[in-house]
Design a protein around this ligand. Structure first.
Ligand code: NAD
Length: 316
């Protein structure tokens, strides 16, 4: 049994990680400033093995009890959030990651950075392997997120090489599931909200751009497998099954039994045309692969959340 610190633990992925770590018998210290997360995501956790600390990791912070593993997830993650919070996003990736790596060093803890497929930027290589260095626009509006994560990866490797911290880096591809916010701007919660209200589903561009969607339970299983491995280099975790946005819209309409029609809107700046992980390393080094395909994951999201939460009524 370990004591795990989860930064961003009141967010979408962080709260599912807290649930799973507790289920496996670990103690969890959850740190969050509630900037994009919510107490609603963790209010069901009422066990003495769980502790919540409301603090901003951009400022130096300390945890007294011994920590064995640090999962560093705190960061705005949805374009709607990081475009609203550009400087905060850069500071969380830089100062926040410095402070959290320093904490891991003091506690001699294993440290896992939640990075992102966005470090690949424009996917000139398809699917994306970890060896692809990426093609990011540093000065575009999305640069604040992509470059913050690239800096956080460089910092993590520097703490590993120079300071001897036991680090790992997970490159997360699009993940979905219960507790996504209905208005967070990402495709699945947006389409589900629109479909459940029988409103028009807004697809950007002509809908031919592709994404690969990983169900949250698969992602969390991969994240814990990586933290429990001895790996230090980045590893992709995501579902390689690729869908066009138009296919996704049709899947959502079927799962929700909606009568929505599909309409098309302008593509956002620097929106990648394709996004698909090569998960050979995860399969070979961690024995990990996704188990829940899109249709089933959408059904589980609908059942676990309930229609009210997905359209933004009654919390979450
Ligand atoms: P989220 O916005 O739901 O969670 C992020 C959490 O971090 C929130 O609870 C927020 O309040 C907290 N936070 C932000 N700034 C903070 C600060 N200064 N101090 C303390 N807490 C702070 O997003 P998510 O989707 O759960 O993403 C979690 C992590 O996974 C992020 O690092 C994100 O970049 C990464 N990621 C997510 C996805 C995805 O598909 N969800 C894809 C790639 C990478």
């Amino acid at each position: 049994m370990a004591t795990c610190l989860v930064t961003g633990g009141a967010g979408f992925l962080g709260s599912h990680l807290c649930d799973e770590l507790l289920r496996r018998g670990h103690h969890v210290v959850c740190v969050d400033n509630l900037e994009t997360g919510s107490l609603h995501n963790i209010e069901h956790i009422r066990v003495p093995e769980f502790e919540f600390l409301q603090l901003d990791i951009v400022q130096p912070y300390f945890v007294e009890r011994p920590i064995d593993v640090v999962y560093h997830l705190a960061s705005p993650a949805s374009p709607i959030d990081y475009l609203r919070l550009p400087l905060h996003t850069l500071k969380v990736g830089s100062h926040g990651t410095h402070h959290t790596l320093g904490l891991a060093k003091r506690h001699r803890a294993r440290f896992l950075l939640a990075s992102t497929s966005e470090v690949y930027g424009d996917p000139q290589v398809h699917p994306q392997k970890e060896s692809y260095w990426g093609h990011v626009n540093p000065i575009g509006p999305r640069g604040v997120y992509d470059e913050a994560k690239r800096y956080a990866e460089a910092l993590t490797m520097a703490y590993h090489r120079q300071q001897g911290v036991d680090t790992a880096i997970i490159r997360i591809f699009n993940t979905y599931g219960p507790r996504m916010r209905p208005h967070d701007g990402r495709a699945i919660p947006t389409f589900m909200r629109q479909a459940l209200q029988n409103r028009s589903i807004t697809v950007f561009g002509d809908g031919s751009q592709t994404r690969s969607f990983c169900y949250v339970d698969d992602l969390i299983r991969g994240m814990i497998a990586l933290s429990e491995s001895g790996q230090h280099h980045p590893i992709n975790i995501g579902n390689p099954h690729e869908f066009t946005l138009l296919q996704l819209a049709h899947e959502v309409i079927e799962v929700t039994g909606s009568s929505s029609e599909i309409i098309f809107e302008a593509l956002p700046t620097d929106d990648p045309q394709v996004r698909q992980p090569d998960i050979t390393l995860a399969r070979d080094l961690l024995g990990w692969g996704p188990e829940i395909e899109l249709r089933e994951g959408l059904q589980r999201t609908l059942e676990a959340s309930g229609a009210d939460a997905l359209v933004g009524r009654g919390g979450a």
